[in-house]
Design a protein around this ligand. Structure first.
Ligand code: NAG
Ligand code: NAG
Ligand code: NAG
Ligand code: NAG
Length: 458
């Protein structure tokens, strides 16, 4: 009986070893104690620090995006002293793991002394497949000190070929409410001329749909955009707090044959995931009517303490990746499967404290930004330790041996061996005493373990 148990254990081990090898494949690509900028000169930098225009302790990276050789980073103006609220680093420059940021598109675009500043405080940006950078600017500065509203939230769209501002669209007052806060966006770009931006309002739960072609927008309301009153508890690295944020994480699937995609979404203070077809959202008369109620789908719950933040979908594998701030981790879900079948791709109590953004580049690499937001808001960040990290890994390696992976078919000889061993085990189990079978069993077991290792190495 002991040998049988050992054989069954070896079978499990063969699979188990694979699981242990498969997860946590993202590696730190960049890390910072404090963020810094590329000034014209050292003098200019010191002048900015002395005048308070640049207060390093108040600068926190929040959103990321990748386009060719540039990695864009948003730096919302939660407090004063953020000299540029959007910048980028050059992926070609491998001289430092702590690169300084170049303001985007220029220093002057970030100047709050201008009558109408170009950029006030964006949280997320999205580079579409048409070479445009969509910047969602909340236009609210100093939310953690004296709040100053510069105007209603706006979408700025830049041409990534020359960094010219192509369009500036302010969300009309009729689609905004006093408690509105626009922090997240998704861009449906299958057709460059008929692209749509989906803009999430977390403060006054709602979704604003913007049509690039029509240059207009409309607001969609739904109960699924609201926070769940019993899912507002957060506990991150010993800091406990309550948040009641509505619609937050948005991710688009690739378009179906009819040209429409699925928008996956969730409020921040919620453990639920929902979806809706963009055909519903893009039909202005339909989207603004109450008839759409049943067009929205409940996918399911992630479970206790599984509130999710930013999310993004890989169009190659159809896997959705999302940050789990309460877990210091990144989750995944293969969208063809039942929502119960989620898994974790990475978890780290040092490197993933407050995973703030998740993106996938054109080469199907997964990028994650962690920023210790809970300490920045409720405590303070220590300038001597690493506070911000950007992790990177291929989607293929990230989902290896998770439920989000396409199961790798077993090589035929292992399959045959497995069946043979299984039969042997069954026969042995049926016998009360079988001393001779035990030795042949040990042989099969050794062979199986060997092929198991060979297979894992491959
Ligand atoms: C980065 O390198 C690629 C090829 O190695 C080059 O085509 C590109 O111009 C470089 N980008 C920058 C921003 O230097
Ligand atoms: C949320 O946290 C508070 C304070 O720790 C606790 O009293 C309460 O039971 C928690 N609520 C839920 C729904 O978990
Ligand atoms: C929008 O929805 C309405 C109501 O369901 C429908 O009658 C109309 O044909 C739709 N428009 C388009 C362009 O699909
Ligand atoms: C192993 O044997 C059990 C019991 O006879 C059977 O249910 C199972 O399908 C077999 N597994 C394989 C991989 O052959």
């Amino acid at each position: 009986m002991l040998s049988i148990c050992a054989a069954r254990a070896a079978l499990l081990l063969c699979v188990g070893v694979g699981v242990a090898l498969g997860k946590d494949n993202l590696r730190v690509a960049y890390e910072w104690r404090e963020m810094d900028f590329k000034y014209e000169s050292d003098d200019a930098r010191w002048t900015a620090i002395e005048s308070g225009a640049f207060k390093p302790a108040n600068v926190i990276p929040f959103g990321i995006e990748l386009h060719r050789q540039r990695l864009f980073v948003t730096l919302p103006r939660w407090r004063h002293g953020v000299p540029a609220t959007l910048g980028y680093l050059d992926l070609n420059d491998t001289s430092s793991k702590m690169p300084v940021l170049q303001p985007y598109p220029s220093w002057v675009a970030h100047n709050l002394a201008e009558t109408e500043p170009e950029l006030v405080s964006p949280f997320r940006v999205r580079a579409d497949r048409c070479g445009r950078l969509w910047v969602l600017d909340s236009r609210i500065a100093g939310v953690l000190e004296q709040t100053k509203i510069y105007g209603s939230a706006q979408l700025l769209v830049y041409d990534l070929h020359n960094d010219d501002l192509l369009r500036r669209y302010a969300i009309p007052a009729s689609q905004s409410k006093t408690s509105s806060f626009f922090a997240n966006l998704a861009v449906e770009d299958a057709d460059c001329e008929h692209s749509y931006a989906y803009v999430a309002d977390l403060g006054a739960p709602g979704l604003v749909v913007y049509s690039w072609h029509e240059q207009t927008s409309w607001r969609v309301s739904h109960h699924f955009f609201h926070p769940d009153p019993v899912a507002g508890n957060f506990s991150i690295n010993d800091i406990e707090f309550q948040w009641d944020d509505g619609l937050y994480g948005l991710a688009l699937s690739k378009p179906a044959a009819d040209g429409f995609a699925t928008l996956y979404f969730h409020p921040l203070s919620s453990t639920m995931e929902f979806s809706v077809n963009t055909a519903v959202l893009r039909n202005q008369s339909l989207a603004s009517s109450s008839d759409i109620y049943r067009e929205f789908k409940v996918l399911g719950s992630r479970g206790n303490d599984m509130q999710a933040g930013a999310q993004f979908l890989d169009t190659d594998s159809d896997v959705l990746f999302y940050s789990l701030p309460n877990q210091n981790s990144i989750g995944c879900w293969r969208t063809q499967l039942d929502y119960k079948l989620q898994d974790r791709v990475q978890m780290s109590d040092t490197e993933l404290i407050f995973p703030s953004d998740v993106k996938i580049d054109a080469a199907h690499n997964l990028w994650v930004l962690s920023n210790q937001l809970q300490s920045f808001i409720y405590d303070e960040l220590y300038p001597g330790s690493i506070n911000f990290r950007i992790l990177k890994g291929s989607v293929a390696s990230a989902i290896e041996q998770t439920m989000c992976n396409v199961p790798k078919p077993l090589p035929k000889f292992i399959d045959t061996l497995h069946k043979t061993l299984n039969n042997t085990l069954d026969k042995v189990t049926q016998l009360t005493q079988a001393p001779s079978s035990a030795s042949s069993l040990a042989l099969s077991l050794a062979a199986l373990s060997l092929s198991c290792l060979v297979w894992l190495q491959a």
